[in-house]
Design a protein around this ligand. Structure first.
Ligand code: 5GP
Length: 178
């Protein structure tokens, strides 16, 4: 692995594909133990979490389902500015155990918003599985059930995460070069 360029920025190798796979398997093992018998529904938050969701779900051995959604911006009332709402979720999640599969929890605002909206839709319990977490950047109180890897507060790309829609195809994770 060597330094790469994505658009106008340089990134250096940070987490190898092997390390990612190991961490993802550990999360899957824990979920298999914790949620056996609950028939959870995994909800992958597109686009960033698609690779994590695929690798995670390959290692899930309990009865469960997977589906996909997006967080879509729309112009809310002038006072609240941009609001993000769940879009594309077709399944009825009433009284279900839900596992939100997210690429990264940074400030935590997105995840808090997702949890609130899923609870409004009647989910019995909402668990969070995130590939990455930046503990130093967290701005809200959040109980993160499953974190594959904790990272420092720096911008990263690869393994589904983009810089201006590029870099999602990288097998490894790269961090911005200072
Ligand atoms: P939060 O609401 O927790 O601040 O932000 C969550 C979203 O911001 C993630 O789902 C992701 O789309 C984006 N994000 C946060 N940090 C990074 C990063 O380091 N790299 C990339 N590519 N996206 C990030």
């Amino acid at each position: 692995m060597s330094t790469i360029q994505v658009k106008d920025k340089f990134f250096k190798p940070f987490i190898s594909s092997d390390e990612i796979q190991k961490a993802v398997c550990q999360v899957a093992d824990k979920i298999n133990k914790d949620l056996a018998g609950k028939n959870p529904i995994f909800i992958c938050v597109l686009n960033g979490a698609f690779m994590f969701a695929a690798d995670l779900y390959k290692n899930i051995t309990i009865d469960s389902e997977i589906t996909f959604m997006r967080m879509k911006s729309y112009d809310g009332m002038q006072t609240t500015g941009k609001v993000k709402a769940i879009s594309g979720l077709m399944e009825d999640i009433k009284d279900r155990t839900v596992v939100v599969v997210e690429d990264i929890v940074d400030t935590g605002y997105t995840m808090k918003n997702i949890i609130e909206q899923l609870k409004e839709k009647g989910a019995k319990e909402v668990k969070i599985a995130t590939l990455l977490h930046k503990p130093e950047a967290l701005k809200v109180e959040l109980d993160l059930d499953y974190v594959a890897l904790n990272i420092p507060n720096a911008f990263i790309v690869g393994y589904g995460l983009d810089y201006d829609e590029l870099g999602r195809n990288l097998k490894d994770i790269y961090v911005i070069a200072e």
